[in-house]
Design a protein around this ligand. Structure first.
Ligand code: ZN
Length: 64
């Protein structure tokens, strides 16, 4: 499990949903230093959208 969790050394986005009836959990760490976690399907969806819109590869699109 620790291998899948993003850290500042290995930035990224990780989402897991153990079973269809269990709430999803997500964690995101960006190389810029931002990090966030979320629990629950809607919160995780917002986390993923916010990360992809503002962090991760988005830094390359804006040149920052
Ligand atoms: Zn970032």
């Amino acid at each position: 499990m620790a291998d899948l969790t993003p850290t500042t050394d290995r930035p990224g986005l990780h989402v897991s949903k153990p079973s269809p009836n269990a709430p999803a959990t997500g964690s995101a760490v960006c190389h810029c230093g931002a990090s966030a976690t979320a629990t629950g399907d809607s919160q995780v969806r917002a986390l993923v959208e916010g990360y992809t819109a503002n962090h991760g590869a988005a830094h390359n699109r804006t040149g920052r």
